[in-house]
Ligand binder design. Structure first.
Ligand code: AMP
Ligand code: FE
Ligand code: FE
Ligand code: ZN
Length: 284
């Protein structure tokens, strides 16, 4: 066993596990915060991170349910930002989710998301795909409306045969109906997270396929990396753990459950030792 592997070896006596990346209906997840908590408890988890795209709405209901079930709920938000052609997601763990200013800031993002989704639907119409806007809003419900909801309507209305096709045909980057989001830079997102006492962690670091960019984002103020993810290979995990060690970061992980949107529910598919959550708490 190499050095950093042994440093990150969990203590065997602590049998508690967590999943620090779960979405709810407050963004593009299919489960309510209450359902997420119940499912996590069934899977034997001790703590979960409620992580919605640009929203903290799921935190309070999850906390309430967590109290009933005896499950620890870690408040978080997954901020969308843009760097060049990359859509980058930065999680703010332990963000002050009760803060009024933060709520106002996120409400403004939600409004801009609605306008963006509407213009994507208009572009689709020009492509001959007449998507029902009300159905898109209905699917989004209390959540932040986005491409996943439009993709689902494209499937329902038969314009594409599956969810992924909606992205490569219409909604993906460089595709005819794609409209970019409000451009928050990673630096601005990190600043915002810090301003509200959150810990900025880079979500799915390998998805950007740019290892130099990970280092750049650490220079910008990222203090943690999502090391454990279902799709990560042993090599990728070692690469990330090495970075965590040499840059003195925290390592977290989670299922990135969207409640079955990706085929499986995913909660319980990835359990990380509770010890890593303790290190995250120390980083505060
Ligand atoms: P939005 O915030 O509206 O830009 O939507 C982003 C979400 O769309 C991501 O979190 C993914 O869940 C999904 N998504 C983005 N690109 C793709 C893709 N190429 N294939 C499938 N899902 C995607
Ligand atoms: Fe998502
Ligand atoms: Fe993400
Ligand atoms: Zn996510």
């Amino acid at each position: 066993m190499n050095l950093f592997r042994s440093i990150f070896k969990p203590v065997k006596t602590d049998m508690r596990f967590c999943d620090l990346h779960i979405h709810t209906v407050f963004s593009d997840g299919l489960l309510t915060p209450e359902q997420v908590v119940i499912k996590a408890k069934e899977c034997g988890l001790s703590a979960i991170g409620i992580v919605d795209h640009d929203s903290i709405g799921g935190v309070e209901p999850a906390k309430r349910q967590g109290k009933k079930e005896g499950l620890e709920v870690v408040p978080a938000v997954e901020m969308s930002c843009v760097l060049g052609e990359n859509d980058i997601h930065i999680i703010g763990y332990y963000i002050d989710y009760k803060n009024k200013k933060l709520k106002e800031f996120l409400a403004d993002i939600q409004q801009k998301r609605v306008a963006r989704a509407k213009s994507m639907v208009e572009r689709l119409a020009k492509q001959g795909a007449r998507v029902d806007w009300h159905r898109v809003l209905e699917l989004a419900g209390v959540g932040s409306v986005g491409r996943p909801h439009i993709a689902q309507v494209l499937v329902e209305e038969g314009y594409v045969s599956c969810y992924d096709e909606a992205f490569w045909k219409f909604l993906g980057y460089h595709c005819p109906a794609y409209v970019p989001k409000e451009k928050l830079s990673p630096k601005e997102a990190i600043k915002l997270i810090r301003r509200f006492h959150g810990i900025p962690v880079l979500a799915h670091p390998m998805s950007y396929q740019n290892r130099a960019m990970i280092s750049f984002l650490i220079d910008e103020g990222i203090v943690g990396l999502e090391v454990w993810r279902v799709e990560h290979t042993e090599n990728e995990i070692n690469f990330l753990l090495n970075l965590v060690m040499i840059r003195n970061l925290v390592a977290v992980g989670g299922s990135d459950c969207h409640g079955g949107r990706k085929g499986k529910i995913l909660i319980g598919e990835l359990k990380i030792p509770y010890q890593y959550l303790e290190r995250l708490k120390h980083a505060r």
